[in-house]
Design a protein around this ligand. Structure first.
Ligand code: ZN
Length: 203
């Protein structure tokens, strides 16, 4: 199982971190060991002093494929959820400055959180899926698939030009504006429309 992530897929988020708007999707990956398993506590990693949440829509791949065209891409995922792409922002900034790969900032154990799955056919309008994140019961991030620079089908197609995609792979589709810091004791809750799909605590 592979976890793909899209960077800077929302204009307002690219801007808040002072990044350019990319001309084509930015793709990075997390290993399987990055996925926080159910009923497992999430601990603040000891190697960072600036842990950021990035709330994102997550797709679940349901069919194996390679070189998938945009117009067929929707046949390759069957469920969606809301998740968090946890980022050690201090480490990422340091690596970016030196032009080094991001894994130490993004791909560590338990850095990927995924909520309950919602079947795609039950989604009324895939072009405008609203989602939001609460931190300690307050709204900190909200977005909609309508704001993505590359939509789901374009992302799946793009990734499949470089990597075979396989049943069970996950795609984090990028975070909207509003990323921010977490500290020990924070409670995070992710919502798709009005349904809460995960809740977790930073321990
Ligand atoms: Zn992200």
């Amino acid at each position: 199982m592979k976890i793909f992530c899209v960077g800077r897929n929302y204009v307002a988020h690219a801007q808040e971190l002072g990044n350019d708007i990319p001309e084509e999707p930015i793709i990075f990956m997390k290993p399987k060991s990055a996925l926080l398993q159910a009923h497992t506590p999430f601990y603040y990693p000891e190697f960072t002093n600036e842990l950021h949440y990035e709330c994102e829509l997550v797709l679940r791949i349901s069919k194996n494929g390679k070189y998938i065209q945009d117009r067929f891409a929707s046949k390759y995922y069957d469920a969606i959820s809301v998740g968090i792409d946890f980022t050690a922002r201090d480490i990422q900034n340091d690596l970016k400055e030196k032009g080094l790969p991001w894994e130490k900032a993004k791909a560590w154990d338990n850095s990927a959180i995924v909520g309950k799955w919602v079947p795609i056919p039950s989604i009324k309008n895939k072009k405008d899926i609203k989602f939001h994140l609460h931190k300690n019961k307050e709204l900190v991030q909200k977005g909609s698939s309508s704001l993505m620079l590359n939509n789901f089908d374009q992302i799946v197609s793009y990734i499949s030009n470089y990597f075979s995609i396989n049943i069970g792979d996950l795609i984090f589709t990028g975070t909207p504006a509003g990323v921010g810091e977490c500290v020990v004791g924070d409670e995070l809750e992710g919502y798709l429309e009005d349904e809460r799909l995960f809740e977790m605590e930073v321990k």
